[in-house]
Ligand binder design. Structure first.
Ligand SMILES: Nc1ncnc2c1ncn2[C@@H]1O[C@H](COP(=O)(O)OP(=O)(O)OP(=O)(O)O)[C@@H](O)[C@H]1O
Ligand SMILES: O[C@H]1[C@H](O)[C@@H](O)[C@H](O)[C@@H](O)[C@H]1O
Length: 384
């Protein structure tokens, strides 16, 4: 893996494998002025969901307020003087501003930033800077670079700014942020295709690996000397929320287990495709997860016949990549252990007369159909 000079000089303490840094949040999905669903959100929750699903040990640093309302595997830091970060996602088809194709996001509450002193005093193999609401500060990323062998960054943690009146998420150019000079010391920068236009990919790829996710078309990996398109898996999209986060979780899960970049990106595409098929935080079927883990083990055995370096990202497609893709694709076809009712989705917006039963699609999300939701939707903290 990419090892930074700073990391190489640190005393080798016990390592946890993956350190995820970013705030949990409350997601509210809205269409036609109605709350359609609420879910645990934040890139940290989607990524840990995948990494845990793949049985990879990790540690997570997140801040929430006392109003935080979901059960989670990694206890967040509770800030008594702050509220949990809240995002409202508007799926109204009429809204297409600000480069968002499928939804407009508004941050209506923001919890405190994560500071260097909040990070554990223990080395990690992979650090993931995955903020959603501006909680990753330049000094936080600096500290992550010091304590992690390789740092993966979601560009959304770096380039989001928030409208001072209604919290609408806007993006700024990466060069204009205080993070730009750190690029040579990070391992991978991940962006969606909408976010990628806010950086000069040709410039950034000279410094670190760039992965651009392209929705139903999969993703593209750029590095100094080359680029590769990685094929998608087909999916019936219900809700795009968190697809990029789950992609990053799958990608890192693959790399942690020693897969080459193209194979790890396939795993990212797989988890991205599984995520868009459910609303909010997805619940992965246990048989599917087992099969994916088995396929990864089989793939690793195939690597034993190839000469590979242990401390650098391997970019070239290893022999058998297409077979690995087919195996993961067939894992996706395993019927789920239990069938699920079809919930509300941005694309199948329910008619007034439809009475959809409330489905139990994930333990950590609840669905409000033609809502009996009584609290007013806030557009900005403290304002109706
Ligand atoms: N409709 C789809 N069909 C199949 N795979 C998809 C689909 N949408 C997304 N994916 C997978 O998920 C990955 C991430 O999707 P996308 O590029 O939309 O990220 P994103 O815009 O960052 O998502 P979000 O902001 O909602 O987390 C893609 O690279 C792809 O592998
Ligand atoms: O839960 C979601 C998810 O993490 C998205 O990737 C992010 O863009 C949103 O801000 C967040 O509310």
């Amino acid at each position: 893996m990419v090892t930074t000079a700073a990391a190489a000089h640190k005393p080798q303490q016990q390592q946890t494998r993956v350190l995820i840094v970013g705030n949990y949040c409350h997601d509210v999905l809205i269409q036609d002025d109605t709350v359609k669903a609420e879910s645990l959100g934040g890139a940290a929750s989607f990524i840990s969901n995948v990494v845990n699903g793949m049985s990879i040990p990790c540690n997570l640093v997140s801040k929430v307020g006392e109003d935080f309302k979901y059960p989670v595997d990694y206890t967040p830091i509770v800030i008594p003087t702050s509220k949990t970060t809240v995002f409202h996602a508007y799926f109204d088809l009429g809204i297409h501003g600000n480069g968002h194709q499928d939804r407009v996001l508004k941050r209506v509450c923001a919890c405190d930033p994560i500071r260097p002193s909040d990070l554990p005093d223990v080395r990690s193999n992979f650090g993931m800077a995955v903020g959603v609401g501006g909680e990753i500060l330049p000094e936080t990323l600096e500290r992550m670079i010091e304590i992690c062998n390789s740092v993966f960054v979601d560009i959304q943690a770096l380039i989001r700014v928030f409208d001072s009146v209604d919290g609408t998420v806007k993006l700024v150019k990466l060069e204009e942020t205080g993070f730009y000079s750190m690029l040579p010391r990070i391992g991978v920068l991940k962006a969606s295709s909408e976010e990628a236009v806010f950086m000069d990919v040709e410039e950034v790829r000279k410094w670190c690996c760039v992965v651009v996710t392209t929705g139903k078309d999969g993703c593209k990996v750029y590095w100094k000397d080359g680029e590769l398109r990685i094929s998608p898996f087909s999916a019936n999209q219900e809700d795009p929320t968190g697809a990029g986060d789950s992609f990053l979780g799958g990608f890192v899960a693959g790399l942690v287990q020693g897969l080459a970049v193209p194979d790890a990106a396939l795993l990212g595409n797989l988890f991205g495709s599984l995520t868009v098929e459910q609303i909010g935080l997805p619940k992965f079927d246990s048989r599917l997860l087992q099969r994916v883990k088995d396929e990864v083990q089989t793939r690793k055995m195939q690597y034993l016949h190839c000469e590979r370096s242990d401390n650098e990202l391997e970019f070239l497609k290893p022999a058998g990549h297409e077979q690995f893709q087919a195996s993961l694709g067939s894992a996706k076809l395993i019927p789920p252990c239990s069938s699920q009712a079809r919930p509300w989705t941005p694309s199948n917006s329910p008619k007034e007369t439809e009475k959809t039963p409330i489905p139990h699609y994930t333990v950590q999300a609840k669905l409000l159909v033609n809502s009996v939701y009584e609290e007013p939707i806030q557009t900005v903290e403290g304002k109706p």
